[in-house]
Design a protein around this ligand. Sequence first.
Ligand SMILES: Nc1nc2c(c(=O)[nH]1)N[C@H]1C(S)=C(S)[C@@H](COP(=O)(O)O)O[C@H]1N2
Ligand SMILES: [Mo]
Length: 186
Amino acid sequence: MRYSLIITIIIVLGAIFVSGCLDHQDEQEEEIPWNLTLTDGESTILLSMEDIRALKPVTGHAYAVSTVGIRYGPYRVKGVDILDLLDLIGGAGENDLLYISAPDGYLWVFDTEQASGSGFLTFNTDLKEIPSPPLRVIIAYEQDGKPLTYNDGGPLRLIITSDTSDVITEGSSWVKWVDRIEIRRR
Ligand SMILES: Nc1nc2c(c(=O)[nH]1)N[C@H]1C(S)=C(S)[C@@H](COP(=O)(O)O)O[C@H]1N2
Ligand SMILES: [Mo]
């Protein structure tokens, strides 16, 4: 009896200690070294977080629905327009495809129409499909004024933004932990 009480206390203290460490890690998020590779198969550019923050920032509203119907957002997000990143390696042609991927192996393919903000499914806040307003695809590094945390898909996440806070897009295309943007020339 008494042993199980002691073991419970040890487990509780252990959990508190571990969550303390995790919190601490969260605070250090900004310092995680991260590079973004841009490539079209011929030329390749490596950008640091510093390089990315030096590019023209854009902001927008971001609101997503997961594949199981959970909404997250709306957020205010800040990042770089994906078109500006593509321009660094010569831009994407009409028929090219964009392979956006992350170290966990996740990959989402966009066409160039989507890169310029059209051709996505959009929903209102009741999750009813609506005609798409103009959207923007950004590689975001800030959410609600703070650096994107690892849990939120940071330091870099692909986010589809709109000019208003009432437009929902599909979260499955919001690639977390983006470290590679590849133009597949066709
Ligand atoms: N790198 C990466 N990005 C990802 C995923 C993933 O597994 N890996 N899952 C996607 C899916 S299916 C959804 S619904 C959202 C979930 O976002 P959340 O984890 O912030 O809730 O992230 C998307 N981006
Ligand atoms: Mo999902």
